[in-house]
Design a protein around this ligand. Structure first.
Ligand code: B3K
Ligand code: ZN
Length: 847
C-alpha cells in the first residue's frame, strides 16, 4: 500500500566497492553510463536497483549484454534474478537516458537557468541511474562529465580535465544521496583555509556571471565554520577542495553533497543593498549547517531515512551553537525558541504530529520537518544539558571514533551517550520515538525555609499515539530573592515521573523561581503566576532567556485577554517601559522584548485553553496593544528609534544589526500613531535592505505604501531575489480585507514565475503567514491557496506538499472556517493524478 516501515529494515544483500559514472550531458537526452563493482554479502540473492523515469538503453554483466529474460523492469526499478548472477564478485553496467530540461520536480538531474545541477537527497539518485538508492549503501564514486559547458563539477577531487570533459574522484565512500554534479557557465569567488593539521583547502563559491560581487560573505562564513568545527568539535575538513554552487531553482535551502554543496542562491548571495540582516544571519547559519554535515551526516550517515534526525537534529544543534558563539550570544536561544514554538509546537499540536524518529512514511520528503530538524536539535541539546559540556564532548568524540564511515541509527547514538556517561537513557529515548509536546505544570510551597517545587507532566495524545508515558525532562531552575539577587544558582532538576517534587532548603524568605532556564526542554510550562511576578523576572532574571520569556508570557497573556474583550494589563505596560529604559540590556535584546507574539501564536494559545480563536479579534488585539504601548511610551520609543540609527557604511555584524532591529521594533509601534510618517521617511532615506524592506512592510501593514511599492519594483524589478521580498511583504502583511486580492493580482500578473520555488514560496508562503488573511471567514484564502497547490503539484510535488502545511491548524477555528478549509482540502484530495507527496499530506491533514 505504499507505506514504508521502520520495522521492515533489511540490509542490502550486496556490497558495492566502487561506482563509475559517465554523463554525456544534453538537455533533452543526457546519457548516463554506470558501472558498479559488486559482491554478494551473504550468497547470491535477487539484485534490486532503484530507478524512476529512466529510459533503459542497455544492461551488461561482466561486459556481456544481459538477456531480457534475466531481469524485470518496473516503474520503480530493475531486478536481476539471482539465477542470472555469478557466485562471487561481478561488474554490472547500465546505460540510461534522461531529460534534465524536462525535470520540473527539481529532484535528480535538472536544469536551472541554463546550468545542470542535481538534488539527490532523499531519493533523487534513482532518477539519474539504476542504483540501490538507500543511505546504508556506501561506495566510492568516480565521475566523468562530458559537456561543452565551461565549468564541470562533481564530488571529491578533480583528477582529469580536457576539452569537453572533466573527471572527478571522491576518495570517501558515500551514499548516493550525497552525489552531486554541476555544469554551467559559472564564476568562482575563491579563497582558502588551512586546517589545524596544516592541510590547505581551496574554497570556491560558484555563481552565475554577474553575481560574483555578492559572494564575499558566504566565503567568509565558510571559513568561520571550518575554524569553529575544529575548535568546538575537533573536526577537520578531509578533502583539498570545497565547492559551493548557487542555484536559482531549488526546493529547499541547501544540500550537503560531499565536497560540492549546492545552495539556493538566496542563501549565498548577499550585498547591503539587496540582503537584510536576517538574510546575512541565515546565510552564515546555513553555510555552517551544510559544512558541519561533512562529519555529522556524511562521514557518519543514516542507516535509513527513519534516522534522519540523527544527522539533521545534531547538525541543527551544531549550527545553533555556532551562531551563538560567533554572532548572537544569548539572543540566539531566544530566536531559536521563538521559531521552535511557531513551527514545531504548531506541528506537534496538529494532525501532522510525528516523532523525531517516525516509524512509517509514504513519501520521505514529507518528513523534512520542524520536528525532525528543530525538535531533533532540542533533544541533542537536552543530552548536552544532562551530560554537561565535558560529558557531551566526550560522547561526541566517542561517536566519531566509533562510527566514522558507518550508516547509523538513533540506537547507536544513544548508546554512545550511555557509554560515555554510564547513564541509562532508556526513558530519555522516548523523546525520539514519541510525538507531542509535554505540558509541565508547576506549583510551589514555602515553609520554614524550605521551598518545594512540584511538577506534573502531561502529553496529549497525537495521531496514532494514545498513550504518553512520562518523559525524562531536564529542568534548569534558579531561585531569586525578593531584591532580585540570585539565591540559588541554576541547577538541572531531572524529572522522570508523572508528578515529582524538588526541595531547596535553608532559604531566608520565599524566593521567586526562574524555571526552565535557557528553555532546557521543549515543553509548555504552565504556572499560575501573577503579572507582577512576571514583571519582576523581566526586570531581574539573570538568565537572559527567562528574562525574555517573562516578557513574552506577559505579552501573550495580555493579548489573549484582549482578544476576548479585556483591556491591556497595567503590569505589562509598565514592565515594557522599564525594559525600554534598561540601558544595560543590548539593543538586540530590547528589540526581541518589544516584538509581540504573532497572531498564529496567540491563536494557538487560545486553542490550547479551549477558546475558539477569532483571527480578526486577534489581529485587532495585537494592533490595539501596539497602539497602547506606543501611546504610553511614545517618548521612549522615539528615543529608541532615533538613538539606534546606525551611521556609516553598512556592516552585517551583530551589534549594528541589533540596533537596526531595535529601531524597526520601535518604529513598528510608533507607526500606529503617526500614520506611517516615520516609516515613509525611513524608506526614502534607507541605504540598506533591512531598513528598506522593514519600512515598506510597516506601510503595507497599514494598508498604505503604494508609492513606495511602485518605487521598489522600479528599482529592483530585474532582481528576482529582491522582488521575492516585495511579494512576501505584501502577501504577509496586507490587511485581511485586501490580502486575497493583493495575492491574486500578483499571482496573475504575467511577471510571476510560479514554477520557481523561491517565487512560489515568496507569495504563497507569505500569504500563509498572513493569519487573518489566510483564515478569512468566507474561505477565499483557503480556496486561493488550494488552487495554487493543485496547479503546482503536477510540476513540483515536493514544494506543493511542503506548502500544504499552511492547513495544519484548520481544526482550531470556528465551524464556518472549518467547513471552508475542509472543502479546500477535499478539493485537493479529489484532484486526478495527485502526487504521492501531496496526497499523503492532504490525507493526514484531513485525518
Ligand atoms: N539535507 C538537506 C535536505 C534535503 C531535503 C530533501 N527533501 C539539507 C539539510 O538539511 O542540510
Ligand atoms: Zn541538514
Amino acid at each position: 500500500d505504499g507505506v514504508t516501515l521502520l520495522s521492515d529494515y533489511k540490509p542490502y544483500p550486496y556490497e558495492i566497492e566502487k561506482i563509475s559514472l559517465v554523463f554525456q550531458l544534453a538537455p533533452e537526452a543526457t546519457k548516463v553510463r554506470a558501472t558498479l563493482a559488486m559482491t554478494p554479502r551473504d550468497g547470491v540473492a535477487d539484485l534490486h536497483l532503484d530507478g524512476e523515469d529512466l529510459k533503459l538503453l542497455g544492461v551488461a554483466l561482466n561486459g556481456a549484454p544481459l538477456a531480457a529474460e534475466a531481469y524485470t523492469l518496473t516503474t520503480t526499478g530493475l531486478t536481476i534474478a539471482a539465477s542470472a548472477l555469478p557466485e562471487g564478485a561481478f561488474e554490472l553496467q547500465t546505460e540510461v537516458e534522461i531529460a534534465p530540461a524536462k525535470n520540473t520536480a527539481l529532484e535528480g538531474l535538472y536544469m536551472s537557468n541554463g546550468m545542470y545541477c542535481t538534488q539527490c537527497e532523499a531519493e533523487g539518485f534513482r532518477k539519474i541511474t539504476f542504483y540501490p538508492d538507500r543511505p546504508d549503501v556506501m561506495t566510492r564514486f568516480h565521475v566523468r562529465i562530458e559537456s561543452d559547458l565551461p565549468v564541470l563539477l562533481s564530488n571529491g577531487n578533480p583528477v582529469g580535465q580536457g576539452a569537453g570533459f572533466a573527471e572527478w574522484d571522491d576518495p570517501w565512500p558515500k551514499p548516493a544521496y550525497l552525489f552531486a554534479l554541476v555544469a554551467g557557465d559559472l564564476r568562482a569567488t575563491s579563497g582558502s583555509f588551512t586546517t589545524a593539521s596544516g592541510r590547505k583547502v581551496d574554497l570556491n563559491i560558484w555563481v552565475r556571471p554577474g553575481d560574483e560581487d555578492r559572494c564575499d560573505f558566504a566565503l567568509a562564513s565558510l571559513q568561520r565554520s571550518m575554524k569553529w568545527d575544529e575548535e568546538a568539535y575537533g573536526r577537520e575538513y578531509d578533502l583539498d577542495l570545497f565547492n559551493i554552487v548557487a542555484v536559482d531553482d531549488f526546493n529547499m535551502g541547501a544540500m550537503e553533497n560531499k565536497g560540492l554543496n549546492i545552495f539556493n542562491s538566496k542563501l549565498v548571495l548577499a550585498s547591503p543593498e539587496t540582503a537584510t540582516d536576517t538574510d546575512y544571519e541565515r546565510i552564515e547559519a546555513v553555510i555552517a549547517h551544510e559544512y558541519f554535515h561533512n562529519w555529522t551526516g556524511n562521514r557518519i550517515t543514516c542507516r535509513d531515512w527513519f534516522q534522519l534526525c540523527l544527522k539533521e537534529g545534531l547538525t541543527v544543534y551544531r549550527d545553533q551553537s555556532f551562531t551563538r558563539d560567533v554572532r548572537l550570544g544569548a539572543l540566539k536561544r531566544i530566536d531559536d525558541v521563538a521559531m521552535l514554538r511557531a513551527r514545531q509546537f504548531r506541528e506537534d499540536a496538529g494532525p501532522l504530529a510525528h516523532p523525531p524518529r517516525p516509524s512509517s512514511y509514504r513519501e520521505i520528503n514529507n518528513f523534512y520537518t520542524a520536528t525532525v530538524y528543530e525538535k531533533g536539535a532540542e533533544v541533542v541539546g537536552m543530552l548536552a544539558t544532562l551530560l554537561g559540556a565535558e560529558g557531551y564532548r566526550k560522547a561526541l568524540d566517542l561517536y566519531f571514533e566509533r562510527h566514522d564511515g558507518q550508516a547509523c541509527t538513533i540506537e547507536d547514538w544513544i548508546k554512545v551517550f550511555e557509554d560515555a556517561s554510564g547513564r541509562d537513557l532508556g526513558q530519555f529515548k522516548l523523546w525520539y520515538t514519541q510525538a507531542g509536546t509535554p505540558h509541565l505544570s508547576v506549583s510551589e510551597q514555602f515553609e520554614n525555609g524550605t521551598y518545594t517545587l512540584t511538577f506534573e507532566q502531561v502529553t496529549a495524545p497525537t495521531p496514532g499515539e494514545p498513550e504518553k508515558p512520562p518523559r525524562h525532562i531536564p529542568t534548569a531552575v534558579g531561585l531569586l530573592g525578593q531584591n532580585g539577587d540570585e539565591v540559588v544558582p541554576t541547577q538541572v532538576l531531572e524529572m522522570t515521573k508523572g508528578r515529582q517534587s524538588f526541595t531547596f532548603t535553608g532559604l531566608a524568605a520565599k524566593p521567586v523561581p526562574s524555571i526552565l532556564r535557557g528553555f532546557s526542554a521543549p515543553v509548555v510550562l504552565e504556572r499560575d503566576t501573577t503579572p507582577a511576578e512576571q514583571a519582576f523576572l523581566l526586570a531581574h532574571d539573570t538568565d537572559p532567556f527567562n528574562r525574555w520569556e517573562a516578557g513574552r508570557n506577559l505579552a501573550r497573556d495580555t493579548l489573549m485577554a484582549m482578544a476576548q474583550g479585556a483591556t491591556p494589563a497595567p503590569d505589562y505596560l509598565e514592565a515594557v517601559g522599564q525594559m525600554l529604559a534598561d540601558d544595560a540590556a543590548t539593543p538586540g535584546f530590547r528589540a526581541a522584548c518589544l516584538r509581540l507574539p504573532g497572531e498564529d501564536e496567540i491563536a494557538a494559545a487560545l486553542a490550547k485553553k479551549d477558546v475558539v480563536p477569532d483571527p480578526d479579534a486577534i489581529r485587532a488585539a495585537r494592533r490595539g496593544l501596539m497602539a497602547t504601548l506606543a501611546q504610553r511610551h511614545e517618548a521612549a520609543l522615539v528615543g529608541a528609534y532615533e538613538g539606534s540609527a546606525v551611521p556609516g557604511p553598512y556592516s552585517p555584524d551583530a551589534a549594528p544589526a541589533g540596533k537596526r532591529a531595535l529601531r524597526l521594533a520601535a518604529l513598528a509601534l510608533l507607526s500606529t500613531l503617526d500614520q506611517g510618517r516615520r516609516a515613509s521617511a525611513l524608506y526614502a532615506e534607507a541605504t540598506n535592505m533591512t531598513e528598506s524592506i522593514g519600512a515598506l512592510g510597516l506601510l503595507v501593514a497599514q494598508g498604505a505604501g503604494q508609492a513606495e511599492l511602485t518605487a521598489f519594483a522600479a528599482r529592483w524589478g530585474a532582481d528576482p531575489l529582491v522582488m521575492d521580498k516585495w511579494r512576501s511583504v505584501q502577501a504577509m502583511l496586507s490587511p485581511p480585507e485586501t490580502a486575497v486580492e493583493v495575492v491574486t493580482a500578483i499571482a496573475e500578473s504575467g511577471a510571476f514565475e510560479w514554477k520557481n520555488p523561491n517565487r512560489f514560496r515568496s507569495l504563497l508562503g507569505g500569504f500563509a503567514a498572513n493569519h487573518a488573511g489566510f483564515h478569512r471567514a468566507d474561505g477565499a484564502g483557503y480556496a486561493l491557496f488550494a488552487d495554487w497547490l493543485i496547479k503546482l503539484d503536477p510540476l513540483n510535488p515536493q514544494t506543493a506538499a511542503r506548502m500544504s502545511t499552511a492547513f495544519e491548524t484548520w481544526r482550531r477555528y470556528d465551524a464556518t472556517r472549518q467547513t471552508h478549509a475542509k472543502a479546500a482540502l477535499e478539493r485537493i484530495a479529489g484532484t486526478q493524478g495527485l502526487s504521492r507527496d501531496l496526497s499523503e499530506m492532504v490525507g493526514r491533514l484531513l485525518g
